[in-house]
Design a protein around this ligand. Structure first.
Ligand code: GLN
Length: 479
């Protein structure tokens, strides 16, 4: 067994026991990157020297007993919309092509305190807008399970880096599915925690009321362990609440009496038959372990996509106003006056999908259209939250697919943005309602690509979905 096959928590235990050093683990990852990165393009920035230096420092702190943490010495990759002091943070956009933050995001500080070795920054859809990692200004990322297919998005670089063993775990961000969907497409575990449990300080904003940072990793144990480290109350994020449940205590192999709701509306037309079969099989496995399954009608599913794309675009148009060529980032070379400089900088600096969202967002917020679009979308959001509240008065967990199909072929999605937006049907309502949800592998389709299972919990009830996911994962090892 190669070092690269270890999960993050197993690797940390071996480093702690002195069987492997943080330096060896870092070198193993860097060697793997040498071999596969040219094809997959998981990273925008790789900090080889910095990573080795960190590994040396961390290793000596582990040996002296100064550093005790369940992930000390383990190499991690960070999505390129999360600020890292002194390290390029581009959001995979030309407009931030030269942006080196002077501070680190709270999650990065938390990881550093826990002895993480930061390998580099992962590729993504530009400003996290997309579902395929094809809108990056720095080239597409390929799916390690089949390089002719996309890894999903927008955290496609993070998911692919985990799947390709180019890191042991990664951070991503999820505004409408960007952790869960690439995790599903690449056959890894990914989780979007409850809104407000992980600080957004230092996360470059897309849709601030929807954005959450979370882990992409090899198994459910890693997921709970990483969450334990990254989630914290942070006064620098005014929406931060922090930890409300003990994630690693939820790693219990038992679902007896766990009430699992299966929304009928998630299994209708549009869902690939093999995905449907695999997800329903996973439900049966949980039933065989004592969970109580019940079908129900969630409702409002068809309204989630228009509501999400209205709200997310509105917030994006406002958040992205700050990229003006004045304070930081790209500035056009030649201009006649200030207005012309803004215009040229933004025209040259942003890609097509980002421009589409800014225009859409400005439109739905403009006077005369605000009530008809933005306000209406907020009302739909409130109704969706209520539908989930009703469901969680009956169930501990809601089970469904992550995406309607397995990973599309490269180039297939960009030609039809509406079709791409429709692919977010099972993930976006979770962000609108602020809920936690985990995506984990539940099978392989006949095309050889992984299928993802999604387990959704009530706010701050990560424990229920971690316990259910862990039990399902263990059942796979027992059978
Ligand atoms: N695909 C969705 C979008 O393009 C979700 C992206 C995300 O979660 N960041 O907005």
């Amino acid at each position: 067994m190669s070092i690269l096959d270890y999960t993050a928590t197993t690797l940390a235990a071996k480093i702690k026991a002195g069987e492997i050093s943080a330096i060896e683990a870092t070198k193993a990852v860097l060697e793997q990157i040498e071999k596969t990165e040219e094809l997959y393009n998981c990273y925008v920035t790789i900090d080889k020297d910095g990573a080795l230096k960190q590994a040396e420092e961390i290793q000596s702190k582990i040996e002296s007993g100064e550093l005790v943490s369940p992930l000390a010495g383990v190499p991690v990759a960070i999505k390129d919309n999360i600020c890292t002091e002194g390290m390029l943070t581009t959001c995979s956009s030309k407009i931030l092509g030269n942006f080196v933050p002077t501070f680190s995001a709270e999650v990065v500080e938390n990881l550093k305190k826990a002895g993480a070795v930061i390998i580099g920054k992962t590729n993504m859809d530009e400003f996290a807008m997309g579902s395929t990692t094809e809108t990056s200004a720095y080239g597409v990322t390929r799916n390690p399970k089949n390089p002719e297919h996309v890894p999903g998005g927008s955290s496609g670089g993070s998911a692919a880096a985990v799947a390709a063993n180019e890191c042991f775990y990664a951070l991503g961000s999820d505004t409408g599915g960007s952790i869960r969907q690439p995790a599903g497409y690449c056959g890894v575990v990914g989780m979007k925690p409850t809104y407000s449990t992980v600080s957004r300080y230092g996360l470059i904003a897309y849709g601030s009321s929807l954005d959450q940072i979370g882990p992409l990793c090899k198994d459910v144990t890693d997921c709970a362990t990483i969450l334990d480290i990254i989630s914290s109350h942070d006064t620098k994020d005014s929406t931060s609440v922090g930890k409300k449940t003990d994630y690693t205590k939820a790693l219990v192999n038992d679902v007896k009496g766990m009430k699992i709701g299966i929304p009928r509306d998630y299994f209708g037309d549009g869902l690939d038959s093999e995905v449907k079969k695999a997800v329903l099989n996973a439900a049966k496995v949980l039933e065989s372990r004592g969970a109580i399954l019940e079908e129900f009608d969630l409702g409002l599913v068809e309204y989630a996509i228009p509501a999400y794309y209205t709200i997310a675009a509105a917030e994006a148009s406002s958040n992205l106003e700050r990229f003006d060529g004045i304070k930081y980032g790209y500035r056009t070379e030649e201009f006649s006056d200030l207005h012309n400089m803004y215009k040229k900088t933004r025209s040259e600096g942003f890609g097509a999908e980002v421009k589409r969202r800014i225009m859409l967002g400005s439109f739905v917020l403009s006077s005369g259209y605000y009530d008809a679009y933005y306000l209406k979308a907020l009302k739909v959001k409130a109704l969706i939250k209520k539908a989930f509240d009703d469901a969680f008065s009956k169930y501990d967990v809601i089970l469904g697919p992550v995406a309607p199909t397995t990973a599309p072929k490269l180039g297939e999605s960009l030609s039809d943005p509406i079709k791409m937006y429709l692919g977010d049907i099972y993930t976006i309502s979770i962000n609108l309602a602020g809920l936690p949800a985990i995506s984990l592998p539940c099978g392989i389709a006949s095309n050889g690509l992984p299928i993802g299972l999604q387990l959704i919990g009530d706010c701050y009830k990560e424990n229920n979905i971690i316990q259910t996911a862990y039990t399902y994962e263990q059942a796979g090892k027992e059978d």
